[in-house]
Design a binder for this molecule. Structure first.
Ligand code: NAG
Ligand code: NAG
Ligand code: NAG
Ligand code: NAG
Ligand code: NAG
Ligand code: NAG
Ligand code: NAG
Ligand code: NAG
Ligand code: NAG
Ligand code: NAG
Ligand code: NAG
Length: 501
């Protein structure tokens, strides 16, 4: 003790084993339990990355991540799957998940909550909402002959461009949103390839399935067949005029509007009709044929009964009704009645003549015979709900790669385990110092305190005051490190035995 030893700025702490039997089992069991708990929690909170995914069904994408929602949200809030609504601008083309007809979105509006006034919107914010309460207000046929391209003319002298006007609603978080759709149908469009002449063209429909979507399969058959029937009749009318050396019709339009007071769709008064036909007499002389002078509202029944020129009325009426039913089916209007395509009796009636109908240089279809003949080969007639087909940008949780995951969990586990270990030790030490006043004595000090308990150096944890109050007496060999050492602590003159491992 002659020279003071060199002392570094850094120090080490002197340790003593805990004198508790429960400490080691507690540490092991607690360690395992907290390791399992922390691994689980760290897996939930940092085992996943959010990755961007394109989804066509956000509801399904979100429900795939549903198991995450059962975990406490403070852990998984950052990895919850989310999807953005799609933005469908006005004047864009859309179709439904029935993948049949194509529509143009023409107007989007909402009713102002307080005033009920219409507020127009430039686009439809769409989140896979089911189309509700759709109605078809009118169906228009624009008939043309010489104004069409020569390849269309090769298929058929006359063509018809059908436009149907529908209104639908969707229920959104900001209230009911209304929108108008315009459906355009032409069986022989200007883009048709000349090589398909005499064949079934299948234009206007994106896809068809005879068994799973039989209603729309029949709808397409009716529409294309009666498109062929109407244009063929226009050709017959032209031929008769030519034979009689009279001016024929150059173009015309027929419009069918829902009357609303008839429940039987077979009734020729189901739609009100209106029309204009233009007879080109050459040298900018025109005649316009219109229902002026006829009793209003004009119906196909009246026009057929009086054989108004051009007499296409019953065929045009069936074409309008087929289009009407096909659109309601495509828009998924399960409750809309009447609908030819969901009622076997109606479909039997409207397809009864389908195989006898004449048309120009193309085949309609896909059905070429009546429902009565083909009902065994097609699936059940039914209307299912529809949503607009579009894509959504989603962020979905994806499990990290094994290496990344293990590293992330080990690092996070280590930090937490360290914390818990410190907490356990601090509580045990606090308990110890309360129970045992000599707890802060280093083992060496206790050993040396036999007779002349030397004053501990400055760096020692114990203070002089403590040692004076609690002199210690050594009783056994200190060099045996792992042996049990018995010591007598003299506390205020009363010796006490301490078990120390
Ligand atoms: C279209 O989507 C709706 C709603 O998810 C669903 O009920 C219906 O079966 C779907 N229709 C088709 C043909 O996939
Ligand atoms: C998808 O979820 C949205 C929002 O919860 C809901 O408005 C919509 O109706 C759901 N679509 C379907 C097909 O269930
Ligand atoms: C559709 O009409 C029914 C009955 O009139 C109504 O209860 C429902 O709210 C309507 N749907 C929407 C989206 O407004
Ligand atoms: C939507 O269509 C219906 C039926 O064709 C029409 O009466 C209505 O004015 C249209 N709405 C807007 C905002 O254009
Ligand atoms: C119709 O749908 C069924 C079931 O999805 C499928 O097996 C069949 O091949 C489809 N038929 C056609 C012509 O695509
Ligand atoms: C043919 O045209 C003549 C004269 O325009 C008319 O009297 C006759 O009814 C027409 N025939 C048919 C079948 O349309
Ligand atoms: C429906 O038809 C009936 C008889 O043809 C007619 O009296 C009535 O005005 C029509 N209703 C509408 C809204 O056109
Ligand atoms: C159309 O009128 C003719 C006579 O002009 C009649 O024989 C026929 O039954 C009518 N068609 C329908 C569907 O009423
Ligand atoms: C089918 O043809 C018959 C005879 O030509 C006709 O009386 C009947 O009205 C037609 N049915 C339909 C739905 O056009
Ligand atoms: C309808 O088409 C099938 C197969 O293409 C053919 O066998 C059948 O003869 C056709 N029926 C008629 C009435 O053209
Ligand atoms: C097809 O129609 C016939 C005659 O209407 C009927 O006897 C038969 O049961 C129908 N078959 C199916 C599968 O609907």
């Amino acid at each position: 003790m002659s020279n003071r030893k060199y002392e570094s700025f850094f120090s080490y702490s002197v340790s003593r084993p805990f004198p508790f039997r429960w400490f080691t089992p507690g540490a092991i069991i607690g360690g395992i339990v907290s390791l399992a708990l922390f691994t689980f929690l760290n897996f939930a909170s940092s085992g996943y990355n959010l990755v961007v995914q394109i989804s066509s069904n956000p509801n399904a994408t979100l429900s795939e991540g549903n198991w995450l929602q059962r975990w406490p949200s403070f852990l998984t809030a950052k990895v919850q799957p989310t999807c953005e609504p799609a933005n469908l601008p006005v004047n864009s083309q859309i179709f439904t998940n029935q993948t049949a007809l194509t529509y143009m979105l023409t107007n989007v509006w909402q009713h102002h909550e307080a005033t009920g006034e219409q507020v127009a919107s430039p686009s439809l914010s769409y989140y896979n909402n089911v189309l509700e309460n759709c109605s078809v207000a009118s169906i228009e046929m624009n008939l043309e002959s010489m104004d069409r391209s020569a390849n269309q003319f090769a298929y058929s002298e006359w063509g018809a461009l059908l436009r149907s006007y529908a209104t639908c609603q969707i229920a959104t978080s900001s209230g009911v949103v209304f929108f108008n759709l315009t459906q355009t149908y032409e069986y022989v469009p200007s883009t048709v390839s000349y090589t398909d002449i005499g064949k079934f063209l299948g234009s206007g429909f994106l896809s068809r399935n005879q068994t799973t979507r039989a209603s729309l399969w029949w709808g397409e058959s009716l529409m294309s067949t009666y498109w062929g029937a109407v244009t063929w009749e226009m050709q017959q009318e032209r031929e008769n005029k030519t034979d009689n050396h009279e001016y024929g019709i150059r173009k015309g339009t027929v419009s069918f509007m829902l009357n609303g007071s008839f429940s039987d769709i077979k009734d020729l008064k189901y739609f009100n009709a209106d029309y204009r036909f233009i007879v080109d007499k050459g040298g900018s002389y025109y005649d316009v044929i219109s229902p002026g002078g006829l009793p209003m509202p004009v119906t196909a029944e009246f026009l057929n009964a009086t054989s108004e020129y051009p007499n296409i009325w019953t065929k045009a009426d069936t074409l309008a009704k087929s289009t009407y039913s096909t659109i309601l089916t495509d828009l998924g209007q399960t409750t809309a009645t009447p609908n030819i395509l969901s009622d076997a009796t109606l479909l039997t009636y409207f397809t009864s003549n389908i195989s006898q109908i004449e048309m120009a240089n193309f085949k309609a279809g896909p059905a070429n015979e009546s429902f009565d003949d083909l009902n065994a080969t097609t699936g059940p007639l039914r209307v299912t709900p529809s949503v607009i087909s579009t894509t959504y940008l989603c962020q979905v949780p994806e499990l990290k790669s094994a290496g990344n995951l293990i590293l992330a969990i080990i690092v996070a586990d280590l930090v937490l385990m360290q914390g818990v270990w410190q907490l356990y030790k601090i509580s045990a030490e606090w308990y110890l110092t309360r129970r045992q006043p000599t707890a802060n004595y280093c083992q060496g000090c206790m050993i040396m305190s036999g007779g002349e308990l030397s004053a501990p150096s400055e760096s020692s944890a114990t203070t002089e005051g403590d040692t004076e109050n609690y002199p210690l007496v050594e009783v056994s060999n200190p060099s045996t490190r792992d042996s049990t050492v018995s010591m007598h602590a003299v506390e205020e003159g009363h010796p006490r035995e301490i078990q120390s491992r």
